[in-house]
Design a protein around this ligand. Structure first.
Ligand code: NAD
Length: 362
């Protein structure tokens, strides 16, 4: 039975990196007979320009039909002046909410050949393998009321609301405990329970859930300490689980530990394992159209798509192996080259070519 993959290239470097990931998926299809078929839709700024909405009806219909979705990135300075409700980034929030993609997996894995590209000393990060599980459809990014109000004196006040129900906390908690069971059996829940009631409930709920997972050692950490510990001694962590806002920030910190934001994939899943797969980075308008973006985060997102939504672990491992192999060959896009190195960078397309070639040698 064929699997329908929806490609949403989006804005900025999105089309360049999604193009390379599609070529890698096609090569994996040829090798592993996956019977993939592709459709393409618009999301973000391009959808605002062409269809008048960041998550247009046509894209919604394609997304609901697809088995899995691969997204590039959305946003850019040309849309920054739009009212908040019409911005490209709202398309991303809308598709996550529409498909109920509440569970975001963000692995931070340091390929051995990139230890020198990390902003931390190689010995602190060599072998790093942390999974951040971020709640994605609740918390302050969605909480009502929200807005900017003007008082009688004409002074404006901005406000947002951070809220989580026990149901929301339990469902993300369960997936995090299950992820920890498949790894080293250690789960660290990150909150700010010393100040925020919403995270006091988060902590209580995680603690109650832990009774169902006696094989997982649950610990708790305040988010400010977690940010510090991630740069002090990142290998102490295995699986971290946290809410939407804290997860957004901590996963970008983890990004730098791995050498480049251009290396980090992510998966956002719903209860049926339908997923939206995307690199952690944004649309990088500063380098869009220059063939210098690193496509590996998107290619690794495609590997997660194969593993989680298409249940094709061998094909996923082959793609990950191909990425490791091109890095071991010394091939680097500009973002992976550390100061003082004399390596010449290769472009987006050449990196895609190299991964396809390594996959075919598999
Ligand atoms: P960004 O991730 O786009 O870029 C940050 C820096 O990292 C830039 O210097 C960029 O050149 C570099 N970079 C990012 N991805 C790279 C890659 N694959 N290869 C090489 N270098 C890379 O973040 P930003 O500059 O804060 O945001 C730019 C736009 O992207 C904004 O409109 C923002 O809203 C949007 N954004 C979208 C998403 C998403 O679609 N998921 C995520 C974050 C930001």
């Amino acid at each position: 039975m064929s699997s329908q993959i929806l490609l949403l290239p989006g804005d900025g470097i999105g089309p360049e990196v999604v193009r390379e990931a599609r070529r890698v998926l096609e090569a994996a299809d040829a090798q592993f007979s996956l019977e993939l078929s592709f459709s393409e839709g618009r999301l973000g700024g391009i959808a605002v320009d062409e269809e008048g909405a960041a998550y247009p009806d046509a894209t919604r219909a394609l997304a609901r039909d697809a088995d899995a979705i691969l997204l590039g990135a959305v946003g850019g300075p040309q849309w920054d002046a739009l009212p908040a409700a019409d911005r490209p980034e709202r398309g991303l929030l809308a598709i996550r909410a529409d498909l109920d993609l509440f569970c975001n997996h963000r692995p931070a894995l340091l390929f051995p050949d990139l230890a020198e590209a990390s902003s931390l000393r190689a010995e602190l990060v060599a072998g790093l393998d942390v999974l951040i599980v971020r709640e994605l459809t609740g918390g302050i990014y969605f909480g009502e009321p929200r807005g900017i109000a003007t008082d009688a004196d004409g002074v404006r006040e901005g406000y947002n609301t951070d809220r989580y129900s026990e149901t929301e906390i339990r469902r993300i908690g369960r997936l995090a405990f299950e992820a920890a069971q498949k790894r080293s059996g250690r789960l660290c829940s990150v909150d700010k329970a010393n100040v925020l009631e919403v995270t006091m409930l988060w902590r209580e709920t995680m603690e109650a859930l832990s009774a169902d997972y006696p094989d997982v050692a649950l610990s708790h950490m305040y988010v400010d300490n977690a940010a510090m510990q991630l740069v002090r001694e990142p290998k102490q962590f295995d699986v971290l689980v946290t809410g939407n806002l804290f997860g957004d920030i901590l996963s970008d910190i983890a990004a730098m530990l791995t050498g480049s934001i251009g290396m980090l994939p992510s998966a956002s899943l719903n209860a049926d394992a339908k997923g939206l797969y995307e690199p952690v980075h944004g649309s990088a308008p500063d380098i869009a159209g220059t063939d210098s973006a690193n496509p590996l985060a998107t290619i690794l997102s495609a590997a997660m798509l194969l593993r989680y939504s298409l249940n094709a672990p061998e094909a996923a491992a082959a793609v990950e192996g191909a990425v490791a192999s091109v890095l071991a060959q010394g091939l680097r896009t500009a973002d992976l080259i550390v100061d003082g190195s004399h390596a010449a960078p290769i472009g987006t397309r050449a990196m895609g070519d190299a991964v396809v070639a390594a996959l075919q040698c598999h």
